[in-house]
Write a protein that binds this ligand. Structure first.
Ligand code: CP
Ligand code: NVA
Length: 301
């Protein structure tokens, strides 16, 4: 059976929670099984990456497999070979592909033409691997996922926010989104998430959105691919920064998360980034353990 992870919606609720459980086991035991022995996994990246690329490659290697990094610039894709043909060819050599693409449609097309599992390493629409590490980080800070009030401040339409919203369909907590009206989540997607049971509230200003938050989460205002809109985005989202003042409005002692890379002084102040509330580097570390758990799911179910 071919198991893909293009968005979190590819997972059953029980699988989602099993992946989190397994990720924590990988973190605790610090030892690895060898279930990827003899397996070759390709990484196709159309965009830059530090955490995703390295955590994927290290996870694969520590689990006994071999990773092959394929910059899309070096593939014949860059000279016009179709994504479908690329998928059909690579399916004959590799055991799985991890792909970071500019457009989510590229990943969907690749998966549709591929005989091997496909894992989304970030697209414009989703970043499922990130959210698994985020939820692991929330849990290990003693916050019950079924009672977790998370507030995302920033671009309510971006990949990370969308995948957090998808994640909230698997837990009973509430997610608030504080964002400028121009960056409200896509209506149809919001409806899909709510229909699937996600408790999501959207606020056009920051203060109200953070009240009661156990977790404050942010991401860059200008995602990869949005660079043309930099000036407008910085202007629009200025009021949605995570800073000491906004932290105090939660009425709690929230943990602060950021998927990284960060633009300090924009979406988050250096003071909060370096504060005790910040669990940002544990979050980055957790990418490794959640990746191992995802690989186990993809190969062993
Ligand atoms: N958070 C994240 O995906 O980081 P990279 O872009 O460095 O992979
Ligand atoms: N929203 C960011 C996430 C980076 C990990 C981007 O797409 O650039």
């Amino acid at each position: 059976m071919k198991r893909n992870l293009l968005t979190l919606f590819d997972l059953e609720k029980s699988t989602f929670h099993n992946i989190l459980k397994l990720a924590l086991e990988y973190k605790k035991k610090k030892s690895n099984d060898n279930f990827l022995k003899g397996k070759n996994i390709g990484l196709i990246f159309e965009k830059n990456s530090t955490r995703t690329r390295v955590s994927c490659e290290v996870a694969i290697n520590q689990l006994g497999g071999n990773s092959i990094y394929l910059s899309s610039k070096d593939l014949q894709l860059n000279r016009g070979e179709s994504i479908e043909d690329t998928a059909r060819v690579l399916s004959r050599y590799l055991d799985a592909v991890i792909i970071r693409a500019k457009s989510h449609v590229t990943i969907e097309k690749f998966a549709a033409s591929s005989d091997i599992p496909v894992i989304n390493a970030l697209s414009d629409k989703a970043h499922p691997l990130q959210i698994l590490a985020d939820f692991l980080t929330i849990q290990e800070n003693g916050i019950d996922l079924n009672n977790c009030n998370l507030c995302f401040l920033g671009d309510g339409q971006n990949n990370v926010c969308r995948s957090l919203m998808a994640g909230y369909t698997y837990i009973n907590g509430t997610m608030n989104i504080g964002t400028h009206i121009n960056y409200f989540p896509d209506e149809e997607f919001l409806k899909q998430v709510k229909t699937a049971g996600g408790k999501i509230n959207v606020f056009p200003e920051a203060v109200e959105s953070v009240i009661g938050a156990d977790v404050l989460y942010t991401d860059v205002w200008v995602s990869m691919g949005n660079e043309d809109e930099t000036i407008q985005r910085k202007k629009d989202l200025k009021g949605f920064q995570i800073n000491k003042e906004i932290l105090s409005k939660t009425g709690k002692t929230p943990i602060v998360l950021h998927c990284l890379p960060a633009q300090k002084g924009e979406e988050i102040t250096n003071e909060v980034f370096e504060s005790l509330n910040s669990k940002i580097f544990d979050q980055a570390e957790n990418r490794l353990y959640s990746m191992k758990a995802v690989l186990k799911y993809v190969f062993n179910g």
